[in-house]
Design a protein around this ligand. Sequence first.
Ligand code: CU
Length: 268
Amino acid sequence: MGLALLLVIWLITFFSTYFFVAKTWWLPAGAAAAAPWIDHQFALTFVLMGIIFVAAQAALGWVVWKYRDQGAATKVDYSHGNTKLELIWTTLTAVLFVGLNLMGSHVWASERFEPAHEGSVKVEATGLQFAWYFRYPGMDNTYGRTKPELIDASAGGDAAVGLDTTDPAAKDDVVSGTMYLPVNREADLTLRAQDVIHSLFIPSMRFKQDAVPGLIIHMHFTPTETGDYEIACAELCGLGHYKMHGMLKVVSQLDFDKWLASKEAEKQ
Ligand SMILES: [Cu+2]
């Protein structure tokens, strides 16, 4: 029985680890400026935790087998354990945990707490059940006023975000169901949510941030390769959560300008 348990524990461990080593379900290739940093941090965390996980499970299997019932009717005695060993592994875990957090905090904070660079392109992402809308401030680079009472999700477009068209700053605002961004230019993102918490997840951009009702959250990232990238909602936000899918099209500056101009023309 002890041997059978050892085999089961080891088999589950090695079988499940295999998929991570073989990268069966891995992230798509990174296409943002911060992707190499984030991937490095991600890989480092994974390798360290993987080694610890495999070692701990291997040891568990071995202990289960070594201390199996061997039929001897000796009395079991209580052991407190080993204080020195407990201190060592608790300290090591704390050092590892705090260390990894400190290493990653720079990348994390630089996208959130530092403002976007001059010349970045402004985009506002609004999450609602169950779609993403993206708003561009237009020529004046100023977002027009929005009002909750003007929100009409079923109408889509301007009404979906509750744009107040009487505001002069709103005249040139462009609302789109697809996110367009020029390549190699920083995107200055503003995240909003209308109903419940959503999470804007663009795996190729290594971007994931919650959108919370009542909060305006700023973040920025720089796409470095043109192409079409999937957007998902990474927060279980209701029955239609699975279909809260969008697309990000990273295009040249010229194509971006053309697209924005055509959307402006549509509004006139
Ligand atoms: Cu959602």
